[in-house]
Write a protein that binds this ligand. Structure first.
Ligand code: ARG
Length: 591
């Protein structure tokens, strides 16, 4: 059908069929008004509730009164396969799409791009705008031996989403976990380890044991200033590459990473590489400092070296300590240079809390002053604080506590309904998955920069805009096939007549929403906001709830009609599943 409409750059009806409808609207506008097709197209927006597309006429700055302009578009309009009505309301024109063809086209496309494998076609909702481009995305990046706080969890969740998103848009993605595995605190741990270390505890849970040692040695340091001196000496030896000082550290790092890997797996989060502050080479840092000196950007401050960024309203920052050891900022500068050499990225994204806005701005600026052309391709994706994430036992210190608490809160909730609980095949896994979904959805539901207060009660609820609600919607969709086995498998879409769906406003709403999904993905890429995808999933889940008691498969005696309904639900499940997966959530089949 898409053959009868003209083409426009940056549109692709073969992956987003609503593009074709927008072009059809633009065509009508450009044929009746002095506008190019492109100009007209740029003015076609999604409408408010109940409208498909809306055009705000004043934006075209056309001569004449707005009523006259509107009248020209409407005059002699004949409904066609694309547009069924045009309604004029003040400065706006509302376009309603041809319900029958819209439903048919969208469902057919969803199905084709989800199931016609193996094919080179991208999955429904994805696009190839990033083809040939490379992005490096750094996220999570916890500090070994310190607590994994909610800030790290947010970085993990948002970063995991961004990695999926860039892949969905055709980019070649390298995901990095940049561990805080270096710095004076390791001198502290080395000092404390001599006194408090235990091989057994370390092997049981490296993350917890190192944290305990760190807490204890810090207490000691409060009473005895010698401890810090000793720690600094240790760290200096480590920086100088003294193998005897590095031996333990290597084991600590390795065991911590191993523990983390299991936890990330539970969260459905993956990294191509575990790197860390320790991996940044001395050489690249030295070269960077030398270059900064040459540029006259370095000043001396009591033996330490600082870079003065006050001119840029970025204060001044220490780049090398008095004893010659490196610091966080310098490692980031050297690290970025090494990453560029290694990956030749077109873009590099750091997912780090807004508390570090200044730090990120500083090292981006330094790289810019060093005249690296790629410095302008560094992006800081930041986010606000989370309050109130504590378990029933107290404050959260480790990632596995968060996962366990989410699972157990959900488990308790599910046990409240005994019959249902007993029907679940593997309640442990199911409750953990739903719990993790709840945590993720709560985290991604609002704009990144907002602070929010974590709420376990809201997280576990199956009602309202929550993770469990979305999983429930998906499970319900997945169950229709099981409950109506006589309809499965459906015949190919070309043999399914979807006309009967047009009589249900609920079916229309669902289909249209499905049609918007490719745009939802594109917008998310521009804004780096997961919230748009979450909102989309909620809207879809609500639309499904409304359809449920009206568009009924069970008991539909007309086979043609039953198939059409089934087809609608199957497509809906595909898209809801895709949206959840994009958010790093594993959609459940049963609960
Ligand atoms: N490990 C750091 C922290 O916990 C976060 C690292 C952020 N990334 C970076 N390249 N600086 O505060």
């Amino acid at each position: 059908m898409t053959s009868s409409i003209p083409q426009l750059p940056d549109t692709d009806p073969s992956s987003c069929v609503l593009d074709a409808y927008r072009i059809a609207i633009a065509k009508r506008l450009s044929e009746t008004l002095p506008l190019t097709l492109q100009k007209a197209y740029d003015g076609v927006d999604y409408g408010k509730k109940g409208e498909d597309f809306t055009v705000a006429l004043p934006r075209f700055r056309l001569p004449g009164k707005v009523d006259e302009v509107a009248a020209k578009v409407i005059e002699n309009f004949q409904p066609d396969e694309w547009i069924s009505t045009i309604v004029h309301d003040k400065a706006f024109l509302h376009f309603k799409l041809n319900t029958e063809s819209m439903i048919h086209d969208i469902l057919t496309q969803v199905h084709a791009l989800t199931h016609l494998t193996p094919s080179k076609q991208p999955e429904y909702g994805t696009n190839l705008t990033g083809k040939g481009k490379k992005v490096v995305i750094e996220y999570s990046s916890p500090n070994i031996a310190k607590s994994f706080h909610v800030g790290h969890l947010r970085s993990t969740i948002i970063g995991g989403f961004l990695a999926n998103l860039y892949k969905a848009c055709g980019w070649e993605v390298t995901s990095l976990n940049y561990l805080g595995d270096w710095g004076t605190q390791f001198g502290m741990i080395a000092t404390g380890y001599e006194k408090y270390g235990s091989q057994e505890e370390l092997e049981k849970d490296a993350i917890k044991h190192l944290f305990d040692v760190y807490v204890k040695v810090n207490k000691d340091a409060e009473a005895d200033p010698e401890v810090k001196v000793e720690a600094a000496r240790w760290f200096k030896r480590m920086e100088d590459g003294d193998e005897s000082a590095l031996k333990n550290w290597r084991v600590w790092r390795e065991l911590s990473v191993k523990k983390y890997e299991g936890e990330y797996e539970r969260l459905n989060i993956h990294f191509d590489e575990y790197t860390g502050e320790s991996m940044v080479g001395k050489e690249s840092m030295d070269t960077a400092l030398k270059r900064l000196e040459e540029l006259g950007l370095i000043a001396d401050s009591n033996g330490a070296k600082i870079v003065d960024l006050k001119k840029y309203k970025l204060e001044s920052a220490v780049v090398r300590k008095k004893d010659g050891t490196s610091i966080y900022l310098t490692r980031d500068i050297g690290g970025a240079i090494e990453r560029y050499e290694k990956y030749k990225f077109d873009k590099m994204i750091y997912v780090v809390s807004s508390q570090q806005d200044l730090h990120l701005a500083q090292f981006f600026k330094v790289l810019d002053l060093m005249e690296f052309p790629w410095a302008k391709n560094l992006v800081h994706v930041n986010y606000g604080l989370v309050q109130g994430m504590s378990t029933r036992k107290g404050t959260v210190v480790f990632l596995d506590q968060i996962i366990k608490e989410a699972a157990s809160v959900m488990h308790d909730q599910m046990m409240k309904n005994e019959d249902k609980y007993n029907a679940v095949e593997d309640p442990e896994t199911v409750s953990r998955e739903i719990g993790i979904t709840g945590v993720k959805i709560q985290d991604m539901a609002a704009k990144r920069i907002n602070n929010y207060t974590f709420n376990w009660d809201r997280m576990k609820s199956f009602e309202g805009d929550t993770g469990p609600y979305l999983q429930y919607a998906h499970v319900r969709l997945a169950s229709i096939g099981r409950k109506n086995p006589h309809l499965i498998p459906l015949p190919p879409p070309s043999q399914i007549d979807t006309t009967s769906l047009s009589s249900y406003s609920q079916a229309r709403e669902i289909a249209f929403l499905l049609g918007t999904y490719p745009d939802v993905v594109k917008v998310a890429l521009k804004t780096h906001e997961p919230s748009g995808v979450v909102t989309f999933a909620f809207r879809l889940a609500h639309a499904i709830s409304s359809a449920w008691d009206v568009v009924i498969v069970k008991g539909e005696e007309d086979l043609e009609k039953a198939r059409a309904k089934m087809f609608l639900y199957e497509c809906t499940r595909d898209v809801l599943g895709s949206a959840l997966r994009l958010l790093s959530i594993r959609p459940l089949e049963r609960m």
